[in-house]
Design a protein around this ligand. Structure first.
Ligand code: ZN
Length: 476
C-alpha cells in the first residue's frame, strides 16, 4: 500500500466534515418509515437517494434490490483489491415512525444541529450508519483512487419493521454477500466518545393480546357492576407478568439464562452507576430502579425483561362513560443467551391465558421471535477493529452488550459461514433512537468515519500477513 494513502484519506475526512453532515441531512429529509400504513414510496425514494450517494462515493455495481411486497435493499461494491479480504458493510435506510410530532423540538424530518448534535428521525438510527460507510469509502476512492481491500455495501430498507424479507433475500443473494467479515453499523457506544464493540444482543418475543368480554361497548352507568370490564381484566393479566421487584414472574422463565461468573464480574467492573442510568434515561427522581439485585448492566444486557409497549381501548379523544368491549395490548419479552425462543413464546402465551380473570376471552396473535446473539470477540478481525477504533476515537474501545434486538445479525453471520461480525455504531446513551428528538453526536460521527478508514487499512494489513493469515480470513 502507498504509505500515505491512509493519511490522505484521513485528511479528506477532515476537510469534508460538512459534506458528510450534508449527505446525512439529505437522507434524513426523506421520511422512509417502513411500518405498515406509512407511504412505501418514501422508502423507495430513500433507496434511490442511498444509491445516488453510493455512486457519488465511487462504488460500483449499484443495484436497488426489490422483492414483491418488500421495501428495497441497496447494494454497491468495490472489488479491485485482488488477494485482499472483502468486508460486507451493513446499515439500514428505513426509519421508525416519528412518534408524537408535538414532542419534537425541531421537525423530525429536517436535520437540525443543536449543541454539537444533529437532531432528526434516522439521524443516528441508521442513516448515520449509511453515511459512515459511504464517507470512508469515498475518502479512499477520492484520494488514492482505490481501497486497501474489497467492500460490499448492503443497505436494508425494512430493518425497523422486522427485516421481513431478509430470509428470502439471503437465500437468493448468499453468493453476492460472501465476505471475510461483516461490519454492522447500527449499534451504539457505551458513552459519548467511548468506542465500543457490541458482543451480545438480546432477542425479542412479542405478541398482540386482545382481551374481550362482549361485542360492543356498554354504558358504564347502566351496566357497570355485573358486567366484566376487559380493560381491568387485562390490567390484572399484565400485572401478573412481574413480581414486586419488577422481575418477570413467569415460572421457569429464568431457567436457561446463563451468565458466567467472569461475565458477571466484567459487567460489574464497567463504569456505570445508578446515577448514570437515571441521567441517561431522564428518570423521575421518585421512580425506583427495578428488576432485582443484579447490576444494572447485567439487567439490561444479560437478563430477560418484559414490556407492555402499547395498550388501546377507546382513546383520549373518544373517552366516554363506557365499558369497552375489548382491549388490545402489545407485549414483548427481551430474551438472552441461552433462552429458547419457542419455549419463551409458549410460556408467555400460556401465562397470559391462564391469568385471565372472570372468564374473559384472551386472543393472542402476531407472535414474532427475533433471536438473541452472542459472539466471542477474539481473533485478528476483532484485534484490527480495536486498533482502528483506538486510532479513530483516540481512546481504547470497550466490549459491550446491547439490550436491543437486531434480528438480522445472526442470519447474516451464518450466511457468511460464521465470519466475524463487527457491531460498531454511532449511537450513544443520549441518542433517543425510536423516540422523539433522536440525535447523533457529530463529534462521534466524524470519529466513526475515521475509525472506518482505519479499519479498512488494519484489516487489509492483517490479511497481508501471508502464511499467518487468520483462520476467518482464509475461509474466503
Ligand atoms: Zn437501527
Amino acid at each position: 500500500m502507498i504509505p500515505d494513502m491512509i493519511d490522505k484519506a484521513l485528511s479528506y475526512c477532515e476537510k469534508n466534515k460538512k459534506k458528510f453532515v450534508g449527505d446525512l441531512s439529505k437522507l434524513v429529509a426523506i421520511p422512509s418509515v417502513s411500518f405498515p400504513g406509512f407511504p412505501a414510496q418514501n422508502v423507495v425514494k430513500s433507496a434511490k437517494a442511498v444509491a445516488d450517494l453510493m455512486k457519488r462515493s465511487g462504488l460500483e455495481h449499484i443495484q436497488i434490490i426489490k422483492f414483491p411486497g418488500a421495501h428495497p435493499y441497496v447494494y454497491g461494491d468495490w472489488l479491485h483489491a485482488p488477494g485482499k479480504p472483502t468486508l460486507l458493510l451493513y446499515a439500514h435506510h428505513d426509519v421508525q415512525p416519528p412518534g408524537r410530532t408535538e414532542l419534537w423540538k425541531s421537525p423530525p424530518f429536517k436535520a437540525t444541529e443543536r449543541n454539537g448534535r444533529l437532531y432528526g428521525r434516522g439521524a443516528a438510527d441508521d442513516k448515520a450508519g449509511v453515511v459512515v460507510h459511504t464517507s470512508a469509502v469515498a475518502a479512499y476512492l477520492e484520494t488514492a483512487g482505490k481501497l486497501p481491500l474489497n467492500v460490499k455495501l448492503i443497505i436494508e430498507g425494512e430493518e425497523e419493521s422486522g427485516s421481513t424479507s431478509l430470509e428470502k433475500f439471503l437465500k437468493k443473494y448468499a453468493r453476492k454477500m460472501q465476505a471475510d467479515a461483516i461490519v454492522l453499523t447500527d449499534t451504539g457506544n457505551f458513552d459519548v466518545g467511548l468506542p465500543s464493540i457490541t458482543t451480545t444482543l438480546r432477542g425479542l418475543v412479542a405478541l398482540d393480546m386482545e382481551v374481550k368480554s362482549m361485542d360492543h361497548p356498554l354504558h358504564s352507568g347502566m351496566w357497570g357492576g355485573p358486567i366484566v370490564d376487559p380493560v381491568l381484566a387485562a390490567s390484572k393479566i399484565l400485572a401478573s407478568l412481574t413480581d414486586e421487584q419488577g422481575r418477570i414472574a413467569i415460572p421457569g422463565i429464568y431457567d436457561d439464562v446463563r451468565v458466567s461468573d467472569e461475565d458477571r464480574r466484567k459487567l460489574e467492573a464497567m463504569p456505570y452507576t445508578e446515577a448514570t442510568l437515571r441521567e441517561q434515561a431522564a428518570l423521575l427522581p421518585s421512580a425506583r430502579i427495578v428488576g432485582g439485585d443484579r447490576s444494572i448492566l447485567e439487567k439490561g444486557w444479560r437478563q430477560p425483561s418484559v414490556s407492555v409497549n402499547a395498550i388501546q381501548a377507546s382513546s383520549k379523544k373518544d373517552c366516554a362513560n363506557i365499558i369497552n368491549e375489548s382491549v388490545w395490548c402489545h407485549v414483548g419479552i427481551r430474551t438472552v443467551p441461552d433462552m429458547d425462543m419457542d419455549r419463551v413464546a409458549d410460556m408467555l402465551v400460556d401465562h397470559l391465558k391462564t391469568h385471565a380473570p372472570w372468564g374473559v376471552q384472551v386472543n393472542i396473535s402476531n407472535i414474532s421471535k427475533a433471536p438473541w446473539w452472542k459472539t466471542e470477540p477474539s481473533g485478528p478481525v476483532f484485534e484490527a477493529a480495536r486498533r482502528a477504533l483506538a486510532k479513530g476515537y483516540g481512546c481504547e474501545p470497550v466490549n459491550m452488550g446491547c439490550g436491543g434486538s437486531i434480528p438480522f445479525v445472526g442470519p447474516f453471520a451464518s450466511v457468511l459461514g460464521g465470519a466475524p461480525a463487527l457491531l460498531i455504531g454511532v449511537e450513544d446513551p443520549y441518542t433517543n433512537p425510536h423516540s422523539e428528538n433522536e440525535s447523533l453526536h457529530l463529534g462521534d460521527f466524524q470519529k466513526a468515519i475515521s475509525s472506518a478508514v482505519h479499519l479498512y487499512e488494519e484489516i487489509a494489513r492483517t490479511s497481508a500477513a501471508g502464511a499467518s493469515r487468520p483462520k476467518e480470513l482464509a475461509a474466503a
